[in-house]
Design a protein around this ligand. Structure first.
Ligand code: ADP
Length: 309
């Protein structure tokens, strides 16, 4: 328990005991104060203070222990993820070389196997990266470094770099940008991470030939980003869990799409730290709209030793 808090408790208990003894002596020696109330009330007082102290001590100790365990868990995840990055990159790199014919011609069957290795490794790299990001968020070690940033050009870049699997779905992406959007003080790598997550979700959870409308406007002191899709939507009874760690709704599990359930937790944490907001409207089998705001006054700076990526 906190040292000064314990001191206060000890002083209070000591005073209460002194008070009880004085009352007891008065009770014994005084002729005119023979009421048992003079013993009963201070006794109850001392007992309740001791009980409150013990209860508080237990709660504080278990909270401290839980915090220690959480920190140890986060440290472990951070270390394990970091160590996994190197071998995974090597597997990905060599399977890419094999696929491009650097190790000689591959038979049709060999190519199929190497392709599976390549795609599984890419998925694992995404998962390890997300775990690393989550541990940096939970440990509070990640930094937000705002600089003058053109939000629109980051969005354009993210859309043009969307992975081919997503492009293959032939989703019609329509874009709308307000005229004269000002540059704002924002951390470009974090804005990119936010766009990558929400845009790839919109496309991932929308069936072939569906629509995604993307817009950036100005509203009430903020930059408002809107991503509307015509996808599977989020079941009503699971909406409250969308921003929690490892959540994947039942309807998307059934579709068997790739996913870690960590993306929106990361996005929400970045926005919470930086003064932005995220919320959504969704109807199952109709579609989902995510709204994100970033203050025109800029993202709040946060010092930290690690970057999210
Ligand atoms: P995931 O890696 O599973 O996409 P996220 O944290 O990005 O993890 O999203 C959490 C869950 O929220 C998803 O698994 C999905 O159930 C739901 N979700 C997020 N975006 C959408 C969307 N645009 N349409 C439907 N469901 C969505």
């Amino acid at each position: 328990m906190h040292k000064t808090k314990s001191k206060i408790y000890f002083i209070t208990i000591a005073l209460a005991i002194v008070f009880l003894i004085v009352n007891y002596l008065i009770y014994i020696y005084s002729e005119w104060l023979k009421s048992p109330v003079f013993i009963l009330i201070p006794s109850l007082l001392v007992i309740s203070i001791i009980l409150i102290y013990l209860l508080n001590k237990n709660v504080a100790e278990s909270l401290d222990q839980n915090q220690d365990i959480d920190k140890a868990k986060n440290d472990f995840v951070s270390l394990a993820s970091h160590q996994l990055c190197t071998p995974l990159s090597a597997i990905s790199w060599y399977s890419e070389m094999l696929l491009s014919g650097d190790g000689g011609e591959l038979s049709k069957e060999q190519r199929k196997y190497v392709q599976t290795i390549y795609h599984s490794t890419k998925r694992m790299i995404l998962l390890v990266n997300a775990l690393l990001n989550v541990s940096r968020i939970d440990l509070g070690t990640f930094a937000i470094e705002p600089e003058l940033t053109d939000i629109r050009s980051i969005a354009e870049k993210v859309i043009s770099e969307l992975p081919p699997i997503i492009k293959d779905k032939k989703i019609n992406i329509s874009k709308k940008y307000a005229e004269n959007l000002p540059k704002i003080m924002a951390d470009p790598s974090l804005v990119k991470l936010i766009f990558q997550n929400v845009l790839s979700n919109a496309i991932k959870y929308t069936p072939e030939d569906g629509n995604v409308d993307f817009s950036i406007t100005k509203k009430e002191g903020n930059i408002l980003i809107k991503i509307k899709d015509s996808g599977c939507g989020i079941p009503e009874e699971q909406k409250s869990r969308v921003f929690t760690k490892l959540f994947r709704a039942d309807n998307v599990r059934r579709l068997e799409t790739d996913g870690t359930g960590l993306g929106l937790y990361i996005v929400k944490s970045i926005l919470d730290y930086s003064g932005g907001k995220i919320w959504f409207e969704s109807q199952e089998n109709k579609g989902t709209t995510f709204y994100i705001t970033l203050p025109l006054s800029g993202m709040k700076k946060k010092s930290g030793t690690k970057r999210l990526g």
